[in-house]
Design a protein around this ligand. Sequence first.
Ligand code: ADP
Ligand code: MG
Length: 261
Amino acid sequence: MVEETVFQGGVNTVRRRGDRVHRPATAAAPAIHRLLRHLRAAGFDAAPEPFGYDDEGNEVLSYLEGDVHNALPDELRTPELLTSAAALLRRFHDASATFAPGPDDRWQLPARSPAEVVCHGDLAPYNCVVRAGRVVGFIDFDNAHPGPRAWDLAYAVYRFAPLHAPTNPDSAGSPEEQARRAAAFCRAYGVAPGAELLDTVVDRLAALLATLRQRAEAGEAASQAHIAAGHPALYEEDIRYLRAQRERLLRTLAAPQDDPG
Ligand SMILES: Nc1ncnc2c1ncn2[C@@H]1O[C@H](COP(=O)(O)OP(=O)(O)O)[C@@H](O)[C@H]1O
Ligand SMILES: [Mg+2]
């Protein structure tokens, strides 16, 4: 009998057996497994390899060795961790750009136009595998969907800078520090940071709130639990913060790279 380790995520209970994990499969799993195979064929191996399904209907994926942190501890608020995540996101997007979505693909989030790449849909420290201070893998592709690079990038920046209001329990850093980290993330991804990024973060959070409420109304237990835990108020507060601090954040965000301010 293979020893089993149980992980509790924000939504799912995941069981590790040897070098594989078993996690509940959604209706999107066939499309996601096709995507995961495509990524490997395109040379991107920082995502789990799919191995079909077990007898209970769970999906079976390769286990990625390393640590997954729910929120970044202070010792991982480093330029290395930040830029490794951004560079890996860029490689993931580039590899996904040649994926051909099929007519029967059922994503859990609606495809968004322009469908330049496949968005991870929930790219945050809690879905990143860290080894030796660097992000070396992405997990949990449940919210993947075709969409624009900037849409996925905005959410990743929101979580990694992080662009939280001071009242958010995961908040860290002054607005200037947050903006510097957001700018570094964008540059390591390969785009110039600016006002568009902040606007996209706000749009992305509004969409997230709408999805959360729709899923809860449709009876999804995890979304109902997130609402009961007060998550919508946190996103709303972050949206208000990003609007109120827009000019202040922008001064640092859009400053030339060698500007010490
Ligand atoms: N392929 C994997 N490799 C390594 N660890 C994994 C993998 N999949 C899940 N885990 C572990 O299980 C936890 C929950 O997994 P995740 O798929 O993110 O669940 P949820 O859908 O609830 O967010 C993660 O935080 C991580 O520790
Ligand atoms: Mg997860």
